[in-house]
Design a binder for this molecule. Structure first.
Ligand code: PRP
Ligand code: URA
Length: 209
């Protein structure tokens, strides 16, 4: 079974409060999501492996460390996942970015894939699937399946807010995937929205309501 980690750093929790607030407007919301994504990236990269190298400092030779092992790929789920990409790239600027386009059919709540474009070497990369919301889990589940079908071997999922239903679906179908969250909320309402949640992440981030 994969890990489920709630990243409860005080700065993440503080900023998430203002992301939840319905009176927070688009500009401020984008900035907050960007900042939280960066903080979450900092937390979830703690276990990246390092390798020893030697550099010349102005004083003398130093045995020091650089990142080793797998390179990273960020996979935002369109649209709302886009809001978290730049914040993560601030910390991991060499990451490649693949896109999976999915929308939730408002009637069935089932995800419909409309776009996919990935780095050619996804099988060699540590992939981080990014979406602010993990509600029923259908979208993240389908995105992860799509990636695995195309050769992905190592996948993590990072979401701002999740419902237990979404976490359970990913744990059941993808026990190899670790899940990193800003918060684990109470559940879903009749329209499949996370309660208390943040509302419609895509509409709020892009001002399309
Ligand atoms: C939202 C959200 C997730 C999905 C979560 O996207 O960004 O991708 O719903 O719901 P689920 O876990 O029940 O699948 P939406 O379909 O609203 O599309 P958008 O990002 O284009 O607004
Ligand atoms: N998608 C959203 O944008 N918000 C939710 O609460 C659930 C799905």
């Amino acid at each position: 079974m994969g890990k489920v980690v709630v990243l409860d750093h005080p700065l993440i929790q503080h900023k998430l409060t203002y992301i939840r607030d319905k009176n927070t407007g688009t500009k401020e919301l984008r900035e907050l999501v960007d900042e939280v994504a960066m903080l979450m990236a900092f937390e979830i990269t703690r276990d990246l492996p390092l390798t020893d190298i030697t550099v010349e400092t102005p004083i003398q030779q130093a045995k020091t460390k650089v990142l080793a092992g797998k390179k990273i790929g960020l996979i935002p789920i369109l649209r709302a996942g886009l809001g978290m990409v730049d914040g993560m790239l601030n910390l991991i600027p060499a990451a490649k970015v693949g896109h999976v386009g999915l929308y939730r059919d408002p009637e069935t709540l089932k995800p419909v894939e409309y776009y996919i474009k990935l780095p050619s070497d996804i099988s060699e990369r540590e992939l981080i699937v990014i979406d602010p919301m993990l509600a029923t889990g259908g979208s993240a589940n389908d995105a992860i399946e799509s990636l695995k079908k195309r050769g992905a071997k190592k996948i993590r999922l990072m979401c701002l807010v999740a419902a237990p239903e979404g976490v359970e679906l990913i744990e059941k179908n993808h026990p190899d995937v670790d899940i990193y969250l800003g918060a684990l909320d109470e559940g879903l309402n009749d329209h499949g929205y996370i309660v208390p949640g943040i509302g419609d992440a895509g509409d709020r981030l892009f001002g399309t309501k």
